[in-house]
Design a protein around this ligand. Sequence first.
Ligand code: NAP
Length: 289
Amino acid sequence: MKIDGKTRVCGLIGNPVEHTLSPLIHNTLADRMGHSLVYVPFPVGTGRVADAVAGADALGILGLNVTVPYKSEVTAYLKEIDPLARDIGAVNTLVRTDGGYKGYNTDMEGLYRAMQSEGLTIRGERIILLGAGGAARAVAYLCAVKGADRVYMLNRTLSKAEEVAAEVNGRVGRQVIVPMHTGDYTMIPDGKYLAIQGTSVGLAPNADDVVIADDAFYAKVHTGFDLIYSPWETKFMRLARASGAKAYNGLKMLLYQGVIAYELWNGVYISDEDALAVYETLCKQIGQA
Ligand code: NAP
């Protein structure tokens, strides 16, 4: 890509950012779309988020992604926050507007598009959600908003699941999220569930870890969806497949949260064909071509 006086800059703020795949997503999209745009990771030290946002604004940076540990902290420095991101309590995308940045959360919609691209539905589904951290919270909102029948939210720290459930149930006006301690999984009613793994357990290099290892749990799962994409096949996915379930990792979620951010920054729509071409590039990059 030729960089000239009209080239726009987007980037990622977080700490650490060295291993991010986001530059590959956005720079590949810019190439395919013929946009003069470059995307760079910016490591931001503790206590420097306000400076980073103000500096980006001063430099005319078109958009930023925000990653760990700043998805909540950054909200204090924005001109405006999209209502969905406010509900979720986390912002992962900033769009430059007159007078400051507007914050969005594209993780939730990214997961939804990823699920749709695999033919998975939420409406009417009975769902087991492992975790109650930042990502699981967005998943709980997604499931509630998109009409899940029931979501059993299992977490090591029960109080966190109770907090998320109270908030989401209050927001949608029905008792859709049922908080439980992870150890109580045998109390989930019989049936077949979509199980979404939203904890950080099993993330490389701890690929042999899994929140629940009991085969009886996986017998209740028709589809396992892990938000983790490194390793390519998590132990959660392995156990789900061994019991006859389908299983997916989180790489398409990562892809689509990026695609949606790119759409917001550039006011364009990215076709599935373009998104899937970027997905192939991502797979090659991580040795899964
Ligand atoms: P987080 O806010 O730190 O939450 C971590 C969650 O994992 C909490 O529910 C925590 O339980 C649980 N947990 C951690 N260690 C545990 C252990 N030893 N035993 C049982 N539970 C444990 O993290 P997050 O931002 O939600 O991210 C969670 C995962 O999602 C990460 O692996 C991340 O890579 C992935 N993710 C993927 C995408 C994507 O695009 N594919 C996007 C966002 C996140 P407690 O509440 O009890 O501590």
